[in-house]
Design a protein around this ligand. Structure first.
Ligand code: ZN
Length: 283
């Protein structure tokens, strides 16, 4: 199947508001949600992915506003950690994040797993517990119409932030759980190095629930907050998208650029303009 042609069509492009610094307190230009929605609609984007901290108690209102502007809510970031020392003792907050996604009309809620379980070494035991908790959460989310996307992270985030490093492992957990609404989010930043990605995606079936765009800067200066805009780094964006679309994915391409030293310093209008241009030419 031929790759989708984005050179004159940005309807598959979505903004993850982290690209404007909106996921972290005291970062970004501080645009209100309404202004972000209008700026995305004006540029012809297909949708937006939000972070829970932006939504608060306004999920229904914000979701309606996005749809009223002719776009879709693509997703919500994210559940609290399900494993590791920082994971809440119960799934209550995770269930609340599912309810927020449902109220917002976000079809997909991302799971960043959390780190290695206290008292264990490696990732095998943590992945077992992750599967149990993801199964419980998926059962809760199904009747609310919310899909859960396990997002494997770059291995450098192992320890305190994730116990899931590859799409292959994420798909294995989906297989173990066997819930229709549990799948995987593929993020360029986390998978660009993985020479087994295309092979893993061959077995994905319909389990790819999200595709996140950015770039890996050749000389990155911060592992969390120095992502590159598409085209500025060394990730093979076309090859990754070919693998993702080869697995049947035809959904939104969500730009997620955490960039404290560069893009978050710029006017959001400029960031969005560059994002659109790079999407059309580099992705
Ligand atoms: Zn991501």
């Amino acid at each position: 199947m031929a790759l989708r042609d984005f050179s004159h069509d940005v309807s598959a492009l979505a903004l993850n508001t982290a690209t404007l610094g909106h996921n972290i307190e005291d970062h970004g230009a501080g645009w209100p949600v309404e202004k972000v929605i209008d700026a995305c609609a004006a540029r012809g984007l297909g949708g937006i992915t939000f972070w829970r901290r932006e939504i608060g108690t306004r999920a229904v209102e914000i979701g309606d506003r996005v749809r009223g502007a002719g776009m879709e809510v693509v997703g919500l970031c994210r559940t609290p950690y399900l494993t590791g020392a920082e994971a809440p003792a119960t799934l209550d907050e995770a269930r609340a994040s599912v309810e927020m996604a449902a109220a917002l009309g976000a079809p997909v809620l991302t799971i960043v797993t959390g780190g290695t379980e206290p008292g264990t070494k490696g990732v095998a035991e943590s992945q077992k517990r992750l599967a149990e908790r993801a199964a419980t959460l998926a059962e809760f989310a199904a009747p609310l119409g919310v899909k859960l996307a396990l997002e494997p992270l770059n291995p450098m985030f192992g320890g305190n932030r994730t116990c899931l490093f590859t799409v292959s492992d994420a798909l294995a957990i989906c297989e173990t759980v066997g819930a229709d609404n549990l799948g995987v989010a593929v993020d360029v930043y986390h998978v660009w190095w993985d020479t087994g990605l295309a092979t893993a995606l061959d077995t994905a079936g319909g389990r790819i629930f999200g595709y996140h765009l950015c770039d890996w800067l050749e000389n990155t200066t911060h592992m969390l907050l120095d992502r590159g805009m598409m085209g500025d780094g060394v990730a093979d964006l076309k090859a990754i998208r070919a693998a993702v679309e080869g697995a049947g994915y035809q959904g939104a391409c969500e730009v997620e650029v955490f960039s404290a030293r560069d893009w978050w310093q710029r006017d959001p209008g400029e960031v969005l303009d560059v994002m659109v241009e790079r999407f059309r030419t580099c992705c």
